[in-house]
Design a protein around this ligand. Structure first.
Ligand code: FEO
Length: 183
């Protein structure tokens, strides 16, 4: 009896998405290290926390593939891109990466719809909601920076932004405990 409940196509697409989430974690990790090295401890805190969230997303997909009786393939994670040029550029790239990830999530939703795999379709809805929130968060931060001068943001505004992001809680939840409200 075949206990695998995922098609070959969906299993491979989910495995790819799992690696994509791991890649997102590496990107946030490298940006966080860059921010810290520039003296922005608050921005670094925000980005480190987000790296952890992305890793949770990776785990969430890994657990789902296993739960559906399919094979998980852990592969190499591509290297993150080079460091951003400044804080404005950093959040522009963050927004771009999130939009790119949203497109990949939508592709999976479409595939599950075509295959009438309602379990996967339902599972992916969590990611659709999560991506909307992440895009909004990145966009809001980008807007704040733009208002404060974009690339020419002054040191006072940077100080305030850094201090605000310092207050973001450090704790990140385990993959099995995450919800759309608390990713
Ligand atoms: Fe898990 Fe920000 O995508």
């Amino acid at each position: 009896m075949d206990t695998n409940r995922l098609s070959q196509t969906l299993a491979s697409a989910l495995n790819e998405q799992m690696t994509k989430e791991a890649h997102a974690a590496q990107i946030y990790l490298s940006y966080a290290a860059w921010a810290d090295s520039q003296g922005f401890g608050g921005i670094a805190n925000f980005l480190f926390r987000h790296a952890h969230e992305e890793r949770n997303h990776m785990m969430k997909i890994l657990e789902y593939i296993l739960k559906r009786g399919a094979i998980v393939k852990v592969t190499a994670i591509p290297a993150p891109p080079k460091d951003p040029e400044n804080v404005h550029h950093c959040f522009e790239k963050v927004f771009e990466h999130e939009v790119d990830n949203t497109k990949a999530v939508y592709k999976l939703v479409k595939m599950s719809l075509t295959e009438e795999d309602w379990a996967t379709w339902n599972f992916m809805q969590w990611f659709v909601k999560e991506q909307t929130e992440e895009e909004t968060l990145a966009l809001n931060l980008l807007d704040k920076i733009k208002i404060a001068g974009g690339e020419k943001i002054n040191s006072d505004a940077l100080y305030t932004l850094d201090r605000d992001l310092e207050k973001t809680p450090d704790d990140a939840r385990l993959a099995q405990d995450v919800t759309a409200e608390n990713p």
